[in-house]
Design a protein around this ligand. Sequence first.
Ligand SMILES: Cc1ncc(COP(=O)(O)O)c(C=O)c1O
Length: 609
Amino acid sequence: MNNFGLNIWSDENFKINSGLLTVNYKSSPSLLNIVNKIRSEGTRGPILLRFPHLIKKQITNLYSNFDKAILENNYHGNFSAVFPLKVNQYPHVVKATIEQGLEFKYGLEAGSKAELILAMSQIDDDTPITVNGFKDKEMISLGFIASQSGHNITLTIEGLNELKTILETIKETTLNIPKIGIRVRLHSLGSGSWAKSGGMDSKFGLTSTEIIEAIKLLKNNNAMQYLNMIHFHIGSQMTDIAPLKKALREAGNIYAELKKMGAKDLNSINIGGGLAVEYNQNHDAKTHNYSVEEFASSVVYLLGDIMDTKNVEHPNIFTESGRYIVASHAVLITPVLELFSQDYQEELLSFKATNPPLIEELKDLNKLLNSKNAIEYMHDALDHIESLFTLFDLGYIDLQDRSNAEILVHNIIKRAILLAKPHTTNDLKELHTRVQERYLINASIFQSLPDFWGINQNFPIVPLNKLDETPSRAASLCDITCDSDGEIGFDVKNPLFLHDINLKEEDYFLGFFNVGAYQETLGMNHNLFTHPNEYTVNIDKLSYKIKHKVESKSLLKILESIGYNDSEINHKLKDKLNLSTFITEKEKNDTLAKLETLLKHNGYLRTTN
Ligand SMILES: Cc1ncc(COP(=O)(O)O)c(C=O)c1O
């Protein structure tokens, strides 16, 4: 039975129970039940579900593994973490993250002015805020305002000019100066797609010469007491732990050197983010080679070891993992609207009294196909179809002959793949592509899975039901945008098989998992499809509650969001109808009412699915 790789990617968050995909938590509701409940109120189109208990699980895992490593290694520093807002700034994610992280004083990281304002507005006490990214005088002033408002804030400099601006601002201020961090430029590279966030060619951080300059500047301006942290980040989705260990040795030694250079108040190392999430659902093994436990114990052990060797006090450890914290909490659910290749159904065959000889041969191959001859007959069928296409191009057979040939060959390949399964060959596997079923999903890949479009990032895909039936159709998924890139094609190396279904008789929904990190804010309004309807699902022992519905933008609001005057458009459409001489007064009123309803809907398709 195909379990859609749940054992590899789901970290026990979801389980199959009686053919249904269920949330493996407390009352364990099925996703189909949740979706049907939401749809019973008239919602159509894609749905984004948020599960805050999964954010809590990740935050707890992170802290408990570091606390354990600190205890086991007799480490003297403490552990803190912040959530990088760039990973998901949506209100119900940030609020859930803060709420679930309250007991740990889990903080926020900001990388822009807007994110900093967001952080300042969401955090009320001395929970840490770190600020990375390039900063101008305005952003630095915001950091000072945060500090003066009582926030525990560290401004991490990306270059010497930022430090100079901070030093100027210190001169204008008397009390509550923000802490200063230095992002160090390591020669160590990361691993995975974002490895270039580290290394000497990275666009971020200070070189060793610049670090020495920074120390001179701080000393000359009597500001050494503000230097509190050094920071590095070697890239998101680290697949290998080895480069992190290298980076830790390098950063640890820089820290120890700075202490020797008189940085008395320097007390923290911020190791950035990068903890990986498993997106693979097809291969037996995980694509990243470490657990959060190994990650925590490596960091704590290595930093302790370096400091002990250099006779320096153990620094506090900060992390900024984002993907690891929120990726799993969000699931995108899309209805399937249509299966395209149903036109290959055998009942559509229409033979003539006399068929071309090659068609007669295909009929025989189709009739006589069995497990012993499947591969040979399929090769014959592929040979025949090439000849039949040539005959069509030369005008010797007509469109009906060609349609018959296509249906017959499609069916021969489909059956041969099943019949020859125990003795499958590479070319048979490749042929799945030829008989793939194209499932039309009511969603936009550009809006909801931009990393698939941009960097070929796979997301685990699982149907919400029928999980006790073996899926037989090689599947490619087409979205509803007018763009051929809006397709997750069937990939022989990473195959997706789905069920053969009759959508007239039953609904079929697909869940896309681990979409909670980066996808929502990177998502783009291509074709003016916007963020889908979202819901937060709180599960308890007996049941679950659906909260915080945020509706997808209505058609007029979509236009308003890119700068149009929505009420002007609304009036224009209605005026045209009111002045129309093509319809009766009654038709006019009915049509106006219809238009009114239509404009309130979002841009996704509103068929029964
Ligand atoms: C400085 C910094 N910190 C933290 C992160 C978060 O990384 P991740 O989401 O992989 O944990 C990033 C993302 O690239 C980053 O640039």
